[in-house]
Design a protein around this ligand. Structure first.
Ligand SMILES: [Zn+2]
Length: 152
């Protein structure tokens, strides 16, 4: 009897783990799929073009008060956004991602507070929870905004 109840418990735990893994995998997959399928939009030609789009998109998101330094970075594979100081952020666009929708995606991370305290992914503490929130909530929201302009 004891073995059976242990087996039951193990089976329940395994089911929960499998379900948890599934629930995590689906959004990761869909957001990766969305990112890879969604058109990158207009190419950003140069720094002047980038500044123009940045100004325009900050206005749309209502974040004109935030200092955002956006630049092209040839040495990285993936674009990103991060907070560098109080009210100051930077957005770096990777070599093959110099595009309007990528800029919009990264700006959404800034606008929705994903780079701010308690949300930032790369600081210490509660890393697992932050990673899950990033993958399940922040990244899909930014992907949808980047591709469609819809704020969720
Ligand atoms: Zn993102």
């Amino acid at each position: 009897m004891k073995n059976k109840s242990i087996l039951n418990t193990v089976s329940k735990v395994m089911t929960k783990l499998a379900l948890g893994a599934f629930m995590v995998q689906v959004p990761i997959f869909s957001s990766t799929l969305l990112n890879s399928l969604s058109p990158k939009g207009e190419n950003i030609r140069d720094k002047i073009h980038l500044e123009k789009l940045l100004k325009q998109e900050k206005k749309k998101l209502g974040i004109e008060n935030k200092n955002i330094n956006a630049y092209f970075c040839n040495t990285i594979e993936t674009s990103g956004a991060r907070k560098i100081n109080e009210n100051s952020y930077e957005i770096f666009l990777a070599k093959d991602q110099r595009a309007f929708n990528v800029l919009r995606h990264e700006l959404y991370h800034v606008a929705d507070g994903h780079c701010d305290k308690g949300y930032e992914l790369f600081n210490n503490g509660r890393k697992f929870e932050k990673t899950i929130r990033y993958l399940l909530i922040n990244e899909p929201k930014a992907s949808i905004y980047g591709a469609t302009g819809l704020k969720l």
